[in-house]
Design a protein around this ligand. Structure first.
Ligand SMILES: O=C(O)C(=O)C[C@H](CCCc1ccccc1)C(=O)O
Ligand SMILES: [Zn+2]
Length: 335
């Protein structure tokens, strides 16, 4: 029970334990003008009591989604454990694209699954079974009812924020249906994101782009580009000594909550254990125009460092030569 004796929708035993402490991300009513101050400052905020995805809140139960999502196959990932670390299959080494890539074994399998089969496997899941995670772009290939609900989202609100903050175009709305306990390890995206929770509870742990040195992203050419190399549950403190200094913030989002995840901000997302399946719709926007004004913003330095890595790979060709050249340039000269 909370202070007023209301049944709390979740409790701390449903959260995985990490050796880090987090500040709370503020939760503001959708009409509160302070929301624009957070977005302008590229800081996360939870927008509450909005109508952004109201039709989905009213209708998108798993049964409704099973009936209406459409007969085509849906993109699902299969994992042997609770982690679903994203990888870019275009960056996987193979003879055809003959880039001297890195040896890489995908940690998850990408499959097309009919919604009935997905729902059946979620319902019948037993400890030890593979886990699955549906991650599907909401395009016209979904059923008409879903399209009708989708057009009734509060587009005035989100388009208003997009315009006010000079974001680029909406690139996609992804639908995520996760099993309880599923985890998306810490990564950043190069897009602004309204992360709208439809069903169930998700813990979102965020870190600003300035924490780059504590989160050790994979090399840019690696299939796990943009993902942290650190396993939060078993951090290798010898390899990643600065990880223990990472300072993050967190929000547990529930139905109707919309978390603003600023472009380039790291985020680790987990569906609460024993909380049932979760459903989320995200809104990804290209970032706004980026003028080089000084002092540079932290995310601009991340973008610049990415360009340096890409340029060096382009000219050196062999990824194994990029590290040694960067070390030779820095060690003993800049450190
Ligand atoms: O909305 C976001 O940005 C999230 O990270 C949501 C996350 C799943 C993301 C999977 C993914 C990661 C990278 C590229 C494409 C897809 C979750 O909710 O589990
Ligand atoms: Zn993401």
């Amino acid at each position: 029970m909370d202070g007023e004796g209301n049944k709390k929708p979740w409790d701390a035993s449903q959260l995985r334990k990490y050796d880090l402490t987090f500040d709370e991300i503020p939760r503001l009513h959708y009409k509160d003008p302070k929301i624009d101050e957070y977005i302008r400052a590229n800081k996360p905020v939870v927008i509450i009591e909005s109508n952004i995805i109201k039709p989905a809140l009213q209708r998108w139960t798993l049964e409704y989604l099973e009936k209406n999502l459409g007969q085509t196959g849906h993109t699902c990932f299969v994992s042997k454990n609770h982690q679903f670390k994203y990888y870019d299959d275009k960056k996987i080494y193979d003879k055809t694209n003959n880039t001297k890539g890195v040896e890489f074994t995908p940690p998850t399998k990408k499959v097309e699954m009919r919604i009935e089969d997905f729902m059946k496997r979620v319902k019948e899941w037993k400890k030890g079974d593979d886990r699955i995670y549906l991650q599907q772009s909401l395009t016209t290939s979904v059923g008409n009812n879903i399209v009708e609900d989708f057009v009734k989202f509060d587009w005035d609100y989100v388009n208003g924020k997009q315009a006010k903050h000079n974001w680029g175009p909406l690139t996609s709305n992804l639908l995520f249906i996760a099993m309880e306990g599923n985890q998306t390890p810490c990564h950043y995206d190069e897009q602004e994101n309204f992360f709208a929770q439809v069903q169930g509870y998700k813990r979102c742990i965020l870190f600003p782009p300035s924490q780059f040195e504590c989160l050790y992203p994979y090399p840019v050419h690696h299939p796990h580009d943009r993902q942290s190399m650190v396993d939060f549950e078993h951090p290798d403190n010898a390899k990643f000594p600065k990880f223990k200094d990472a300072k993050g913030c967190e929000a547990i989002v529930g139905p109707g909550d919309v978390l603003y995840i600023p472009i380039y901000w790291w985020h680790h997302i987990e569906s609460l254990m024993r909380g049932g399946p979760t459903t989320t719709v995200n809104f990804w926007y290209k970032g706004g125009p980026s003028t080089l004004e000084y002092p540079l913003k932290d995310h601009q330095k991340v973008a610049i460092s990415r360009n340096v890595e890409k340029m060096l790979l382009e000219v050196l060709q062999d990824p194994k030569e990029v590290g040694p050249l960067l070390s030779a340039m820095v060690l003993g000269r800049y450190t």
